[in-house]
Design a binder for this molecule. Structure first.
Ligand code: FAD
Length: 468
């Protein structure tokens, strides 16, 4: 095969990874691979948001640092180039959990830092000329069935108890929701103002160009085989570094010694063709709110700037021994369910063509508590375990690592997720049995609730045991 054919093959493979990567108007031809051994100050493993925001904030803090990013495929190959586009303000561990370990003030500080990051990402992208397609319209949690009303309605009071004001989060009745967006069967919603949406592939790829201009070297098609003290080991040779940063999220279990660090969980997505003006004049959705609803098997949606709906959800199977493979990203039964969900919520889109289906793996730590940290003695730093809420959190991780590695104390470095250590997941086959059972219970609880119109207790109980 000629190198032109090889490039065409890899370009097609990369474009297939998501609608965002498919539609981006730049070639996805890989940058050069690492040619041989290298000495740097900081080696960053993974060219996603975690790796690149870390490179960005390090290079800004100390322009003299020699920084190399090592990416096994291309920048944005992972979840950062495929996600649901929400700049999510949610931290997966509950505020009670943070309070239990760090106190109430720290729980509130964590939540506030997440809220602030939603704005910060918009501001940095604008300042750096990144074509983020960022729109801050808040987030709606819709009650799309009587069984969901109670749990969705509880949310504003819950957050008010944590100092979030009534202007920031509120319950909207049926008519108030309809003024924003018309969703079939919606009985009201919680609205939180701190959420935005963006085009993740444009952000991650744009960020790579920005960090290169700051002097960071990016090597693509360079898998790191292992992370050792003082080096990242690759087939082309070792990258010796004072600090090695791991930003591999859903791929982490593939690294030696990390099989049980996070569970790689597939989230699957689809997008419609651009929908006509008649659809939008009927449905509204003029402020680009992101939305989810109160079902157990989580869904998430946004309106794109080119007038598509991008919608995703859980339900893809977990694969034994935490394996991660390209072929796990297409699950026709789950994509068909997501299409049915979309068309039920928007009957006016019933004839819309689904132009893209895709998926990607995200990382779930055993305690659902994301973390960022730096072990100076070992020269090892990391950020990850964001569950499905990593767009804002990975930006915070990058800012935090920029401060930790350059030895600067800041509001970021004292947040409660810094240097948190999650327990490991159970060995197989317990992991497989637990995750599969949990997913099945949540799916059946949704079915049962739809039938009875009442909340299912089983799902609540199961969430406490295995919160998937
Ligand atoms: C389908 C989907 C939808 C999502 N939706 C949202 C959302 O709407 N909002 C939100 O906040 N979050 C969402 N998330 C989560 C969010 O996208 C991630 O948390 C975030 O992008 C993680 O960034 P990262 O850089 O840590 O990991 P990734 O973007 O996965 O990057 C890791 C990179 O490391 C590379 N890599 C892995 N192993 C190696 C190795 N050994 N050597 C070299 N390179 C390696 C990979 O190729 C990859 O490019 C979603 C995730 C998925 C999969």
């Amino acid at each position: 095969m000629s190198s032109a054919d090889q490039n065409a093959g890899s370009e097609a493979r990369y474009r297939r990874r998501s609608m965002w990567l498919d539609l981006i108007d730049e070639p996805l031809e890989p940058r050069a691979a690492l040619p041989g051994p290298l000495d740097v100050d900081v080696a960053i493993v993974g060219g996603g948001f975690t790796g690149l925001w870390t490179a960005y904030y390090l290079a800004k803090a100390d322009p003299g640092l020699r920084i190399a990013v090592l990416e096994k495929d291309i920048v944005g190959f992972g979840a950062s180039g495929r996600n649901g586009g929400w700049v999510s303000p949610f931290f997966p561990a509950s505020l009670e959990t943070i309070e239990k370990h760090h106190g109430r003030a720290q729980a509130i500080a964590m939540q506030r830092a997440m809220f602030d990051t939603v704005d910060e990402i918009g501001a940095v992208c604008a300042a750096e000329g990144i074509d983020a397609r960022y729109n801050k319209g808040g987030v709606l949690n819709l009650a799309t069935g009587t069984e969901q009303v109670e749990r969705v309605r509880e949310e504003p009071a819950y957050y008010h108890g944590w100092g979030v004001s009534e202007d920031e989060i509120m319950w909207l009745g049926v008519e108030a929701v309809r003024r924003r967006i018309k969703v079939a069967g919606c009985l009201g919603a919680t609205y939180l103002e701190h959420c935005a949406c963006l085009d993740p592939a444009r952000v991650v790829r744009g960020l790579a160009h920005v960090v290169e201009k700051l002097g960071v070297a990016i090597y693509e098609q360079t898998p790191v085989l292992s992370i050792e003290q003082g080096s990242a080991v690759t087939a082309a040779g070792d990258v010796r570094a004072e600090v090695v940063v791991r930003g591999t999220e859903g791929f982490t279990p593939e690294l030696p010694g990390a099989r049980r660090d996070v569970i790689p969980t597939y989230s699957l997505m689809l997008a419609t063709e651009p929908l006509p003006a008649s659809f939008w004049s009927e449905v509204g959705w003029n402020d680009y709110e992101t939305f989810t609803d109160g079902r157990h098997l989580y869904i998430y949606a946004m309106r794109t700037e080119d007038d598509r709906i991008a919608l995703g959800g859980r339900g893809a199977p977990y694969h034994f021994n935490s394996k991660v493979r390209d072929e796990y990203e297409q699950v026709p039964a789950v994509h068909a369910t997501l299409e049915a969900v979309l068309k039920n919520l928007f009957p006016a889109a019933r004839d819309a063509q689904i132009t893209h289906t895709w998926g990607g793996s995200l990382g779930i730590p055993r305690d659902w508590f994301p973390s960022v940290g730096y072990d100076e003695a070992r020269g090892y730093a990391w950020g990850g375990g964001y569950v499905g809420d990593g767009v804002a959190a990975s930006h915070m991780a990058g800012r935090t690592l920029g401060d930790l590695i350059t030895g600067r104390e800041s509001a970021m470095t004292s947040l409660p997720w810094v240097n948190h250590r999650s327990p490991k997941w159970e060995p197989e086959p317990l992991r497989w049995i637990g995750v599969r059972t949990s997913l099945a219970v949540l799916a059946s609880a949704d079915k049962k609730e739809k039938k009875t119109g009442k909340p299912a207790l089983r799902a609540k109980l199961m969430k406490k045991v295995l919160p998937l």
